[in-house]
Design a protein around this ligand. Structure first.
Ligand code: NDP
Length: 487
């Protein structure tokens, strides 16, 4: 069967490569090839840079309020095409339609809308110094690069392009090789909305194309979403011309459930934070610490709800709420972690095996898995698994749980469930994590900065401060009297 072939999207149109090299993309729920994509060879790479230079010259010269209007138009188009775009995300990622239809495109559009609104509000300062004065200008950086992960492909492209474009930059975006189509659709929408050609180019390929972006001397900043190990490589090559970096990396986040918490609510949070998007969410609370007095009750309800309420299968079935993992390779990795958990002495409370649902028998499914009898030094408790695997740990007191929760080189997210407001804030303030929730988990509105402590990241996405991370400050000193000079 022949499948469509997509080229790279450069300067407002598709551009053929010269090498003829391409790669295939599979639907994780069926194991079938759904389309092919051309790799960005040196011809495409050079065109992407030349085009971005031209796009940047036009876009950065536009008044911020003009840029804002154009971006608002793109937001409307994204929302109008929600279902068409959500379908692409389901086919590429294997996630349930019931999620993509109401989350992926909407949260992407929200962020572009937020930064479009902020664009004309960005101001410099003015300060007198003696009789002279100086003022500052927030100027765009130039050409930026975005490199995305595969779990929220279109949302990540929106989260990076929103602030980058609002601040007047051009962005060259490389989606993950597993999920390349959403970014192309976003590029088409930007063109239709009136963003000049070259302001948002999409290059396709695997690590080599990402590496090229991180070493190109014409690129001023890299915003990267992916694994900690890849992030370190990206930062190392970005040092070649001292690019600015934003790093959105992995996590092994704790959720702490105190005995005074609403246990059913805490279980809802733990399930959302481990099984939503089949566990492929960076902020997941994969270490759930439960205070001893409520441990048994917590486990009983968690087991019952996990076994009764989770439906795996064809992701387009609106009742399905557990999709397929991204690839066969990732499926193997997650199953290997489950095997390690068993081998190191953890007990499977529920799940623990691969699934082959009737409606999607060839998909890469893993049963929602809960491990108990876990210890802090087990592999499954220390390493990011990025699948539907929860480890539940028991604790006795506040000081102990804070120390154990912080005992990791990662620090992306954390959550606390307690009805004691003083305790909830006191504990959250001591947790080493950038994204925290009290009596909630996973919400990430455009207005709220997100990013990691420790090795989970550098810089932030979303929130006001992110716009500044796509600008540089120019100070302009103005002399009002004759220069005093000894010469
Ligand atoms: P990877 O680090 O494997 O890949 C991320 C991106 O980097 C992909 O586009 C990949 O290309 C590219 N890449 C790979 N090697 C290089 C390189 N040497 N130089 C430049 N680019 C390179 O991450 P995954 O795609 O597997 O995503 C899962 C990870 O992302 C998890 O650790 C998760 O926690 C993290 N993540 C973090 C988020 C956050 O906001 N903090 C949000 C979402 C995910 P290709 O895939 O085509 O090979």
């Amino acid at each position: 069967m022949t499948v469509p072939v997509y080229q790279n999207f450069i300067h407002g149109q598709f551009l053929a490569n010269h090498s003829g090299e391409k790669f295939a993309v599979k639907n994780p729920a069926t194991d079938e090839v759904i389309y092919e994509v051309e790799v960005a060879d040196s011809h495409v790479q050079q065109a992407a840079i030349e085009s971005a230079k031209a796009g940047f010259a036009l876009w950065s010269a536009m008044a911020p309020i003009e840029r804002s209007r154009v971006l608002h138009k793109a937001v409307s188009l994204l929302r109008e095409r929600n279902n068409e775009l959500a379908k692409i995300e389901v086919l590429d990622t294997g996630k349930p339609w019931q999620e993509a239809e109401c989350v992926d495109i909407q949260t992407g559009a929200d962020v572009i809308e937020y930064f479009a609104g902020l664009a004309p509000a960005q101001v410099g300062t003015q300060q007198p110094v003696g009789g002279d004065f100086f003022y500052t200008r927030k100027e765009p950086l130039g050409i930026c690069a975005g490199i995305g992960a595969w779990n929220y492909p279109l949302q990540i492209a929106c989260w990076k392009s929103g602030p980058a474009l609002a601040a007047g930059n051009a962005l060259i975006f490389k989606p993950s090789e597993e999920t390349p189509l959403g970014a192309i659709k976003l590029a088409e929408i930007f063109i239709e909305a009136g963003v000049p050609a070259g302001v948002f180019n999409v290059v396709q390929g695997a690590a080599e194309v990402g590496q090229w972006l991180t070493t190109s001397p014409d690129i001023e900043k890299v915003s990267f979403t992916g694994e900690v190990g890849t992030g370190k490589k990206v930062m190392q090559s970005a040092a070649s011309n001292l690019k600015e970096v934003t790093m959105e990396l992995g996590g092994k986040s704790p959720l702490i459930v105190f005995e005074d918490a609403d246990i059913s609510q805490a279980i809802s949070a733990a399930m959302l934070g481990n099984f939503y998007t089949q566990g492929e969410v960076c902020t997941n609370c994969t270490r759930v610490f439960v205070q001893r007095k409520v441990y048994d009750a917590f486990l009983a309800e968690l087991k019952q709800r996990t076994e009764q309420n989770i439906i795996a299968g064809d992701p387009f079935d609106p009742n399905v709420n557990l999709g397929a993992l991204i690839s066969k390779q990732h499926h193997t990795l997650v199953m290997d972690y489950i095997a390690k958990g068993k081998a190191e002495g953890a007990t499977v409370l529920t799940g623990g095996e691969a699934l082959s649902p009737e409606t999607a028998p060839n998909g890469y499914f893993v049963a929602p898995t809960v491990f108990i009898d876990c210890h802090d030094d087990m592999t499954i408790v220390k390493e990011e698994i990025f699948g539907p695997v929860m480890s539940v740990l028991v604790f006795d007191d506040e000081e102990e749980v804070i120390q154990r929760a912080n005992n990791t080189h990662l620090g992306l997210a954390a959550g606390v469930f307690s009805k004691d407001i003083q305790r909830a804030h006191r504990v959250i303030h001591q947790l080493e994590a950038g994204i925290c929730w009290i009596n909630s988990y996973g919400n990430s509105p455009a207005e709220m900065p997100v990013g990691g402590y420790k090795q989970s990241g550098i810089g932030r996405e979303n929130g006001i401060e992110t716009l500044d991370q796509y600008t540089q400050t120019k100070s302009v000193y103005v002399g009002m009297s004759d220069i005093e000079s000894p010469f």
